[in-house]
Structures are given as structure tokens and as C-alpha cells.
Design a protein around this ligand. Structure first.
Ligand SMILES: Cc1cc2nc3c(=O)[nH]c(=O)nc-3n(C[C@H](O)[C@H](O)[C@H](O)COP(=O)(O)OP(=O)(O)OC[C@H]3O[C@@H](n4cnc5c(N)ncnc54)[C@H](O)[C@@H]3O)c2cc1C
Length: 398
């Protein structure tokens, strides 16, 4: 029989984190939304609890399940969902964990994982001339003796100001295309690595988004992640870029889980606000007797559940070492779209209360927008799914 419930360990973690989100994040939501770029010092306590409570932070597997693992990936999406029910912007600004950490986990060697795994890492791919087309980056890395010299400009780096290290995508030789793109770990404070600007944004205003300039920035030779060789033939080249792209298979389900969290937050608050007027949503009512409001809320709940199951499947596949690129993009596309549609519709359903700043609904709608943009936009996820379903390469289907 199919069981769609979370395992007991994961559910326990979810409940604990959800409580933390409610009592330690929500009370600061509006404050840091208004005070954009202010360091949310109260989140240090949340980060401390997360890292000191190992069962919360890293359940390796579910011993109850024979041959099938519910491990770190499923746990991570469970955690992101619970915390983003609290606040997406504050979750993204939790000291100690950034999108670069997933990038390190995806491609680092065991030695590098030991060295960089515990650092607070941002991820810098996007450039003024390369967004969705990440294979088109121009930042260069040149080997000079025992050091790499990095030159280029990265923009929209989440946690770029507050992080300890930045995982930077750079090309060893642009004429060799995707195969020559590698990721490098740059310590903040290294001469030649400078935060030049912080962005003012529509949503996730608690999270810092930085532009970083690399000018003759020298880093140790060992700070290249994964295999430093540039593939020679077409088959090897395909695999090599696949290596850095694996990052996305790890980071897309967590971003999709963030949309699940904020979508749930909007649905819960909407039902609470409507409940103050005496409205109650009941799922066991005959549909013939349902109002349009009930029908719409029921449809949104169904969309939310469908998106959540896709996110859990993509993470579960990663736990069980199954290739999950298609499922990672499917869940990101579905959850991003659901999050945007549900949060905005909840604003409309509660009308003036939804639109005003006395409630958090308008903020949920603003925060959810980015989840359909970063780690690959809605259109890019659909393109990837189409390529996988039709068996087409990126040059065949653009
Ligand atoms: C708040 C914020 C935080 C971010 N954090 C990070 C970060 O930590 N690290 C990082 O590296 N980047 C980050 N980004 C950048 C983000 O990943 C890019 O904005 C995103 O990949 C889109 O790139 P772009 O903005 O250049 O848009 P473009 O690539 O120029 O796309 C513009 C529009 O065209 C569409 N489009 C593009 N190509 C196609 C196609 N082939 N078919 C159909 N439609 C297409 C897109 O879907 C989009 O709607 C962040 C961005 C923001 C706003």
C-alpha cells in the first residue's frame, strides 16, 4: 500500500522546526522585511539550535525502511518547508547555511567536503551577461603555479555579504564551452574578492543579495571542486558539465520546498482570517453544497499537496541514488508556480486584509515570487523537463 505520510523521524523534525519557525522567526518577519539589509541577529539562536541538534540537522536514514532510504535529502526538504512556513527571507539569512553548501555537497571530493562542508557558503553563478544561460559565463580561472587567479563579476549572490566562502563558477577556457566550467571555493576576505553592491528587492528582503567583483583574486590550487581536468572528447565533455549541473539536482528540491512552506503559510493564514468571519473549510462536505470560496480553497489545497508530493519524490530519489534531474525540475516548476498562484490568490481572497501590512499575506506573495525565478526560472524548468521527456539535448531543444 502507498503511504503518503512522512516517516516518524521526519515528522518529528518537521514539528520541532515548525514550532521554532512560529516562535523564533515569525515574530521578526515584518521587522526585517522593513529593515532590509539589517543583519537579523536573532537568527543566530535559531542557527545554533539547528547545528547543536544533530537529529534535526542530519538524519542519515530511516532504519525502519528495508533497502529504501529516507535520508538527508528528504530531511532537508522537510526542514526547508517547516522553516519557510515561518519566513523565507529569514530562513535564507540563517547564519551558517547557504545555497553554496548544497553545491559543495554535490561535487566536492571527500577531503574537500571535510574542509568546506561546515562553512557558510554562498553560490555565485549569475553574471551581467549570463542568467538562465549559465553555460555562457565569462568569469575566468587561470592556473598560476599553486594558485588559481579568478577574474569576473557575479551578481545576485544570495548571502553574498554574510557568507564565509563563495562557490564561484568560472571557465578555464571559454572556447571549450561548457566542459571547461568548474566551481571554485573563494574565502571571503581574500584580496581581489569584493562585495560591490547590495540589491533592493521586492521580497525576501531579510536576505542579502550581493554583487561581487573578482579582480586578480588568488586562491589555492586545491580550491577547485571536483575534477580539475578539462574533458577532451565530446562524451567526456557532456559528463563534465553534468558534474557542475548536478548542483541543481541538489538545490532545486530545497527551493521548491521553500515554495511549499510559504504556500502553506498563506493557506493557513487565509483560513484563519476567513475563520474570524465564521467561515470554515470542510473537506467532507458534498461538493454540490460548496460555495465558490470553498471550491477554490479546496483546489488550492489539492495543488499544494500535488506540489509537495513532487518535492518529496525528487528528494527521496536523491536519497536512494536515483538520477533525479527531471523530477528536480518538475517539482521546482510545479511548486514555484503553485507558490506564486496560491499566495497571490490568498491576498485577493482576504482583500483589504490580504493587501495591507497588518497581516503577512502580502509579504508571503512578495517572498514567493523569487522561488519561481532563482535556481532556474519556471520556463527553464519546463524546458529541462521537455528535453528529458523527449530525449533531446540542450542544442536540439532551446
Ligand atoms: C533575489 C535573487 C537572488 C538570487 N540568488 C542567486 C544566487 O544565490 N546565485 C546565483 O548564481 N544567482 C542568483 N540569482 C539569479 C537568478 O538565478 C537569475 O535571475 C535567474 O537564473 C534568471 O536569470 P536572469 O535574471 O538573467 O534572466 P534571463 O535568463 O535573462 O531570463 C529572462 C526571462 O526569459 C526567460 N527565458 C530565458 N531563457 C529562456 C528559454 N530558453 N526559453 C524560454 N524562456 C526563457 C526566463 O524564464 C525569464 O522569464 C538570484 C536572483 C534574484 C532575483
Amino acid at each position: 500500500m502507498i503511504n503518503l505520510e512522512l516517516g516518524s523521524k521526519h515528522q518529528e523534525t518537521f514539528d520541532k522546526l515548525r514550532m521554532m519557525a512560529e516562535h523564533m522567526m515569525r515574530p521578526y518577519s515584518r521587522k526585517y522585511d522593513r529593515e532590509e539589509h539589517t543583519y537579523p541577529k536573532e537568527m543566530e539562536e535559531v542557527a545554533k539550535i539547528l547545528s547543536s541538534n544533530r537529529p534535526i540537522a542530519s538524519a542519515k536514514s530511516d532504519p525502519g525502511a528495508k533497502g529504501v532510504r529516507n535520508g538527508a535529502n528528504l530531511l532537508s526538504v522537510t526542514a526547508y518547508e517547516a522553516m519557510c512556513w515561518g519566513d523565507v527571507g529569514l530562513m535564507l539569512s540563517l547564519p551558517g547555511r547557504g545555497l553554496g553548501n548544497a553545491a559543495i555537497s554535490a561535487v566536492a571530493t571527500p577531503e574537500q567536503l571535510k574542509k568546506f562542508g561546515g562553512r557558510y557558503a554562498a553560490m555565485a553563478i549569475t553574471e551581467p551577461g549570463a542568467g538562465s544561460d549559465s553555460a555562457n559565463i565569462s568569469t575566468t580561472a587561470v592556473l598560476d603555479g599553486d594558485e588559481w587567479i579568478i577574474n569576473g563579476e557575479k551578481i545576485f549572490v544570495t548571502d553574498g555579504e554574510h557568507c564565509d566562502v563563495v562557490v564561484v563558477w568560472a571557465t578555464l577556457d571559454k572556447s571549450l564551452g561548457k566542459a571547461a566550467i568548474k566551481s571554485f571555493v573563494v574565502e571571503k576576505g581574500t584580496p581581489g574578492c569584493e562585495v560591490t553592491r547590495l540589491e533592493h528587492k521586492l521580497g525576501i528582503r531579510a536576505s542579502d543579495t550581493a554583487a561581487i567583483n573578482f579582480s586578480d583574486c588568488r586562491i589555492p590550487k586545491d580550491n577547485i571542486l571536483g575534477n580539475p581536468e578539462v574533458a577532451k572528447n565530446a562524451e567526456e565533455r557532456k559528463k563534465a558539465f553534468g558534474g557542475v549541473m548536478q548542483t541543481f539536482d541538489n538545490t532545486r528540491p530545497p527551493v521548491a520546498a521553500m515554495a511549499i512552506g510559504v504556500g502553506r503559510a498563506a493557506l493557513d493564514l487565509t483560513r484563519e482570517i476567513l475563520g474570524r468571519e465564521g467561515f470554515e473549510l470542510s473537506f467532507d462536505k458534498n461538493p454540490i453544497n460548496s460555495s465558490s470560496l470553498e471550491a477554490e480553497l479546496t483546489r488550492m489545497e489539492a495543488e499544494w499537496n500535488a506540489a509537495r508530493l513532487l518535492v518529496q519524490r525528487a528528494a527521496w530519489m536523491a536519497d536512494n541514488k536515483m538520477p533525479n534531474s527531471k523530477e528536480a525540475s518538475m517539482c521546482k516548476a510545479k511548486a514555484g508556480r503553485m507558490g506564486n498562484a496560491v499566495t497571490l490568490r490568498c491576498v485577493a481572497m482576504c482583500s483589504s486584509l490580504g493587501y495591507g501590512e497588518n497581516e503577512l499575506l502580502e509579504k508571503f506573495a512578495r517572498d514567493s515570487k523569487i522561488l519561481d525565478i532563482f535556481e532556474g526560472t519556471q520556463q527553464i524548468q519546463q524546458l529541462i523537463v521537455a528535453r528529458r521527456v523527449l530525449g533531446k539535448s540542450s542544442s536540439e531543444l532551446k
